[in-house]
Design a protein around this ligand. Structure first.
Ligand code: FAD
Length: 301
């Protein structure tokens, strides 16, 4: 570690937004586990974010940008350095030609409701996916045949060199994946949608939310824990390996949906990591297939 608490204090003094010290990440993740972040920032606006990032860089303090934590497993030791949330980047603006300019901090639910009000279709699949739009872009979140990146016209990010705007054709993305440079922060995107009758959009939303009944697992979770291997369903492989209900500490393979690992109460991140390892080993033994986590795992053991 080449930086000190004094460096963090200088960063904290330099930003105008929310500053939290030793903030338990369990408060910011849907799995409800994870140790503290040394410093947790919610910059007030772009100038504030740029200033904060400059101070972090000049002191060599590592930084992790998070969305709403629905796809995040933070280890029990927490996060050394700084966590940045773009919650306040929540602007949402209609543009001519069935377009929307959307900030990274807008939630998928606010976005899909707004698009419906504007009679703009094509993004309804996001209505049942919890999280921020920045998280949806980073993960190229998708459901019901739709993927976030399909609707992106322009992506705006922040790098060390400044703000960068790229067309979708200039980006590399795939299943639950968008290629970003190390440290690159998504600020938002311009979406190109389609004019559609509001009634039809609302119908799609109702249908998609309705289809999620099987995901009501009754305990904190991060959605699908593992990616589906090509041509396979992770939940089926886990079920066939006999792991429905398998438990390590407070972490359990859901009885309802076997690709959901749930916190039945008092779980630690270490329980989830051990359970995930058990699932991977057993599925490999039973089916010869290696599962890969969809959930992003960060922080110190
Ligand atoms: C019940 C349930 C159902 C779900 N169903 C689906 C589904 O159907 N399809 C699907 O794809 N996912 C699903 N998920 C997973 C999750 O909702 C998505 O991955 C979502 O897009 C995560 O958004 P987030 O804001 O919570 O991101 P986070 O979990 O906070 O972050 C995810 C990753 O993105 C990075 N990140 C976040 N914001 C930024 C940014 N602005 N710039 C750079 N990096 C950033 C983080 O560092 C992290 O690596 C589900 C989750 C739950 C709990």
């Amino acid at each position: 570690m080449t930086w000190s608490r004094a460096d963090l204090e200088r960063v904290a003094q330099g930003v105008r937004g929310t500053v939290l010290w030793d903030e338990p990440m369990a408060r910011h993740t849907s799995l409800r586990v994870g140790g503290p972040a040394d410093l947790y920032l919610e910059p007030a606006d772009l100038a504030d974010l740029e200033r904060g990032m400059e101070l972090l860089r000049s002191a060599n303090v590592p930084c992790l940008v998070v969305g709403s934590g629905y796809n995040l497993l933070v280890r029990d030791g927490g996060i050394r350095g700084c966590v940045v949330s773009l919650k306040r980047f929540d602007s949402l603006e209609p543009l001519p030609g069935a377009r929307l300019e959307v900030g990274a901090g807008v939630t998928n639910q606010v976005l899909t409701r707004f698009a419906a009000e504007q009679c703009l279709g094509g993004i309804e699949f996001l209505s049942g996916i919890p999280g921020s739009f920045g998280g949806a872009l980073t993960m190229n979140a998708g459901a019901h045949g739709g993927e976030t990146m399909q609707r992106v016209e322009l992506l705006t990010t922040l790098r060390e060199t400044g703000v960068l705007v790229r067309k979708r054709s200039e980006l590399e993305y795939g299943y639950r994946f968008l290629k970003l440079a190390p440290g690159e922060i998504i600020l938002g995107a311009r979406l190109r949608l389609e004019p559609v009758e509001r009634r039809l959009i609302e119908e799609n939303i109702r249908e998609y939310i309705g289809k999620r009944g099987g995901q009501r697992v009754g305990f904190p979770n991060a959605g699908s824990f593992f990616k589906n291997p090509a041509g396979e369903s992770a939940w089926r492989l886990i079920d066939q390996a006999g792991l429905r209900g398998a438990t390590v500490g407070g972490a359990q393979v859901s009885e309802v949906h076997t690709n959901f690992l749930v916190n039945t109460g008092g779980a630690q991140a270490a329980d989830f990591l051990a359970l995930a390892e058990l699932v991977k080993v057993r599925v490999k033994e039973a089916a010869g297939i290696g599962l890969e986590e969809e959930v992003r795992i960060v922080g110190e053991a």
